[in-house]
Design a protein around this ligand. Sequence first.
Ligand code: FAD
Length: 441
Amino acid sequence: MQARASTHVIIVGGGFAGVACAKLLGEESRVRVTLIDQNGYHQFQPLLYQVATAELAGRDMTFDHTEVFHGQTAIQLVKAEVVAADVDDRTVTLADGTTIGGDYLVIAAGAQPNFFHTPGAREFAFPLYSLTDARRLRERVLQLFADAAAKPELVDDGALTFVVVGGGATGVEISGALSELVHDVMPHRYPTLAVAGARLILVDLGTSLLAPFSEESHTYARKQLERRGVELRLQTGVKEVARDHVMFNDGSTIATHLVIWGGGEMAAGIAGNAGLGQGRGGRIDVQPDLSVPGHPRVFVVGDIANIPFGGEHALPQLGSVAQQSGDWAARNILGDVDGTGRTPFHYRDKGIMAMIGRKAAVAEVGVHRHELHGRLAFAAWLGVHASLLANAGAELKAFVAWAEDFYVRPHHRSAELLDPAQVEIPRIQWGQSHGHSEGAG
Ligand SMILES: Cc1cc2nc3c(=O)[nH]c(=O)nc-3n(C[C@H](O)[C@H](O)[C@H](O)COP(=O)(O)OP(=O)(O)OC[C@H]3O[C@@H](n4cnc5c(N)ncnc54)[C@H](O)[C@@H]3O)c2cc1C
């Protein structure tokens, strides 16, 4: 397919996939790009736990698009929400009603939490998918500690009982990070508070943690979390989330004011109104060249795409998949522009990994899934994330400095990030508890 000169490519979403796609296209003089993102920055999701647990400030894991694309004049940045996409004529409509059309449309709008219609979850649970989510979660944790320090009897009302839903990477990583905040940092901040009364409970429907990993990694993750004081409730589903408790599928309840939702994700909202075929989690089905069946000039990449892999399977929602698929879509567009043709997407597998805490991580790397645990896995995690960050246009010095600090100073947190007075906290209405306690209910 031969495209005309000055091909206009519209990219929706400036995360891992959209940024990679725009970066490559922006180097090509015969292409101009319009990158539309509702935030105007790339949020580096792998570091959301660190923001949520006061390890990092939000500004440390967000990259403003104007800086990422500094000097790339062929890229026009639009900060706006896309509310509709018309794949027949490759146009998108923004929230203010403006319509933008191009020769190619690349949809890279990512994912959002999937609450699986669990009553109360959307209203009361705290997901961890965006910077806003991470800040909201940090504020809630800090507020709960401040309230419990002021009124220790609130601990009996679940003030320091935190329930994490989902035993995948998100649930395991936030549980590990929270346990360090609770047990290593908060006792120094509130020396008179009985932090020993704090509970961290991780709930999952399955029989093991980190399902895509090996049996050995399941056991390692379980032991590491238990060592860090995390209570595991496996083979347990969540029936309802409320303001002051969570109810499980066996009818039991736990009093809590913080339920963290890592229970699953689904395609971003725009996937549902583009009129395209959708697979698991509402992800848009794509062909091996990453274009959409019947729409050769529409590409879908990253978390929002259902990218075929080995017959019935699809590639997982990972930063490296998103980055590589965004880059590949750009190559295929350039293949059209140059007349050299397209190639099917080939993913270079970097493995899977999860950080359970300082000095404790699991990594399964390489084609044969070589397993690493503990410090070596932590080192592998740092290496892969440094490379993802570098591709996102980050200054690596700051990341390395943070990583060193993270490793050697477990109790250290910036006073600013730990100060509940610094953040706008919506107050909890204590005293409206329904008196739930653990047990059949
Ligand atoms: C807590 C957490 C931890 C993770 N840890 C890791 C990890 O350690 N390693 C790893 O490889 N992966 C990790 N991931 C997964 C990884 O972050 C994702 O796979 C990756 O971000 C997907 O990239 P993307 O470009 O498809 O989407 P995103 O990075 O989510 O970017 C999508 C962009 O689209 C924009 N957008 C969405 N809808 C619209 C709209 N309607 N209009 C305009 N803009 C829109 C959003 O603002 C966003 O900027 C993690 C994910 C989470 C949530």
